[in-house]
Design a protein around this ligand. Structure first.
Ligand SMILES: [Zn+2]
Length: 318
């Protein structure tokens, strides 16, 4: 496989709104912070590899995975406020919410779709957003409104780029269980789901867990050494089970980092970066086209780890 990595990014991924970063332990500008840091180091090399999503995901594409009723419900500020766990949003006019908050997320979904097509052609694509793994067909929760990965997978299937006999592999190393796409695919076994998550924190979704093909539940406080031992041994073993892989989606959540307030794990920064490198090297060595998306990551150091991984990709394959 020819590896010609692409970075999918627009400054419009950032959420600038009401001081939202003060209401939620979430760096709503980590996307541009990561990109700008990379830009200082790589300049033209980064720019030449960057693709800017020009438009948001379309309503037609959202309807591939989401119910019409759910999409209509997002016109209610109280529904959006619940999904994003920000009760104050319930008082904000919908038009403001839509332009400041939902619109950047729909751009992020389009970024994941673009990354999927780029990965099929160029081996590796990183969307500097996406990984909304708590959103299911008829429900948004956990700061996720749109199921970007299932939408991207279904688009590849519709276009015949992912053949009926081929599996999409979801490698979810965000600290939280990926209950959204697990629910989307609860009755659909065509794809392979590998999920490593802290079982002692949100969402604790037992129904969704039934769908995981290879689960590694962790306990709060898991350290870097144990975490990396598990990833190094179990990921290759899990990939052996996938007969005809077509594409992999890697959710590189940086909320496993010890400084993260939500993940409750104790993985040092160096191991978060080593994890990303191991996963990407494993998938590239196996010739599996790969999309990396960011998932969660709520610490002020999050963007530096993301930039370190993208920098590694540019130095190794760029
Ligand atoms: Zn998470």
């Amino acid at each position: 496989m020819k590896i010609n990595p692409k970075i999918i990014y627009t400054p419009d991924y950032d959420i600038h709104f009401l001081g939202i970063e003060k209401l939620h332990p979430f760096d709503t500008r980590k996307f541009s912070r990561a990109y700008n840091l990379l830009n200082e180091q790589f300049g033209d090399q980064l720019k030449q590899r960057t693709i800017h999503p020009e438009s948001e995901i379309s309503d037609d594409d959202l309807r591939i995975v989401h119910t019409a009723g759910y999409l209509a419900s997002l016109k209610s500020a109280s529904v959006v406020a619940r999904a994003l766990e920000l009760p104050l949003l319930a008082t904000v006019p919908y038009l403001v919410l839509n332009s400041r908050l939902l619109s950047p997320m729909r751009l992020g979904v389009q970024g994941t779709v673009i990354a999927a097509y780029e990965a099929m052609q160029n081996g590796l694509a990183i969307n500097l957003a996406g990984g909304y793994h708590h959103a299911s067909s008829a429900k948004g929760e956990g700061f996720c409104l749109y199921a970007d990965i299932p939408i991207a997978i279904e688009k590849l299937r519709q276009d015949g780029l992912l053949q009926p006999h081929q599996q999409a592999i979801i490698i979810d190393l965000d600290a939280h269980q990926g209950n959204g796409y697990e629910r989307v695919y609860h009755q659909d076994n065509r794809n392979f789901i590998f999920d490593v998550y802290n079982q002692m924190i949100y969402p604790m979704d037992a129904f969704a867990r039934e769908r995981i093909d290879y689960a590694i539940p962790l306990n709060s406080g898991c350290n870097g050494r144990l975490y990396m031992d598990l990833i190094r041994h179990k990921l290759p073993e899990a990939l052996q089970r996938v007969k005809t892989p077509g594409i992999a989606f890697y959710i590189a959540g940086t909320d496993i980092y010890e400084g993260d307030l939500l993940g409750n794990l104790k993985v040092p920064e160096a191991d978060v970066i080593a994890r990303d490198q191991f996963v990407l090297n494993t998938l590239m060595a196996a010739n599996i086209p790969t999309v990396m998306v960011l998932g969660g990551g709520y610490s002020k150091e999050s963007y530096e780890m993301i930039a370190a991984t993208v920098g590694y990709v540019l130095e190794t394959w760029g």
